[in-house]
Design a protein around this ligand. Structure first.
Ligand code: PLP
Length: 338
């Protein structure tokens, strides 16, 4: 399927067929596709590209001030995870990573090492950094291995199929990290920015919180947020920024992010109510990060876009715009079940 147009919660393909988009483009379009405020912010940007880590555009500096903690910006979600994991190495000097089954953290080698999907890891296994110690998601790890630099965890697992851990899971991991002198990295790239009903899920326990996807309003942008701000100074490594990208802090993405940070807090109640509607329709998960058994191709034939999910691809996941209306939800469910 080729996307010819995307507006709000709807997408049209190149043949003119219309679809309800329950994917939100992998959860990116939190405010809906082509949100007018986002489009205006992009169109009015006085700088399109500045000098990455050497010179911010004004809007990039404004975003840094607007984020609630000191941050290091990235382009993709995987960058944010990479920054967080490297922070743990810099702070502790240890190489070990504790990660979970069903985890998805991205496809660059370091994030891939922590990712729990063998299909992604197997072709590159010989090059994966580590050691990585893997545990069952949702269960207490017990005392952490002595070489652990950090535990990396999603507050709700996305790609594995909207897996919600027991309520005390993150707090238990925090205690295990404190006992071991390790950092807790909360990967909220999917779950963050309102998707599970909170702006910054896991920020109460995290050392570093990763956000991405929705942050740039449709443009590529991510951030590792130093919720324990002293860890930011681990990156004072000399003149050059030794982890950077040409497009870091892109002004268009930052202009859009300022809109996202303004608008998403107004939608948190709506996420709760819409999430309850999903639950009544048989979808597991939290907020607007949902999954159920199904087949994405079959859904597409019925005019609904969802994403394959689950450890064996047996699920479909729904991460629609947080702006989705009751009528649009009813229409989507009727199409899926009709
Ligand atoms: C929890 C989580 N972390 C990290 C990533 C990687 O983000 P990106 O694909 O933007 O690199 C994803 C992508 O789906 C994700 O769901």
């Amino acid at each position: 399927m080729i996307w010819a147009r995307a507006e709000g919660c709807r997408v049209w393909d190149d043949g003119g067929r219309e679809y309800l988009d329950l994917s939100g483009g992998f959860g990116v379009a939190a405010l809906g596709h082509r949100n007018p405020r986002v489009m205006n912010a992009i169109a009015g940007a006085p700088v399109v590209h500045a000098l990455g880590d050497l010179a911010d555009a004004e809007v990039t500096a404004a975003l840094r001030r607007r984020l609630p903690w000191p941050s290091k910006l990235g382009v993709t979600g995987e960058d944010a995870v990479e920054i967080a994991l490297r922070t743990a190495l810099l702070v502790t000097g240890r190489p070990g990573i504790v990660a979970f089954d069903g985890a998805y953290h991205g496809t660059g080698l370091l994030a891939l090492a922590a990712t729990g999907f063998d299909a992604f890891r197997d072709p590159f296994r010989a090059w994966l950094p580590g050691p990585v110690h893997r545990y069952a998601y949702g269960e207490d790890t017990g005392p952490l291995p002595g070489d652990t630099a950090c535990v990396v965890v999603e507050p709700v697992q996305g790609r594995a199929g909207a897996r919600v851990p027991p309520p005390d899971f993150l707090a238990t991991l925090r205690r295990r990290c404190d006992d071991a002198g390790a950092l807790l990295v909360v990967d909220a790239v999917y779950a963050g920015l309102g998707r599970v009903g909170e702006l910054w899920p896991g920020s109460d326990v995290a050392d570093v919180l990763c956000v991405g996807k929705a942050l740039g309003g449709g443009l590529p942008l991510s951030a590792a947020l130093f919720t324990r701000p002293d860890h930011a100074s681990a990156w004072d490594l000399g003149e050059a920024d030794v982890y950077t990208h040409t497009h870091v802090g892109n002004p268009l993405a930052c202009a859009a992010a300022l809109v996202v940070l303004d608008e998403v807090p107004k939608l948190l109640d709506r996420v709760r109510v819409a999430g309850e509607r999903f639950a009544r329709a048989g979808w597991e998960g939290a907020g607007l990060l949902r999954a159920r058994v199904g087949e994405a191709d079959a859904a597409e034939r019925r005019g609904v876009i969802v994403i394959p999910a689950g450890l064996d691809g047996e699920l479909i996941s729904a991460t629609p715009p947080l702006t989705i209306t009751d009528d649009e939800l009813d229409e989507a469910f009727a199409r899926l079940d009709g």
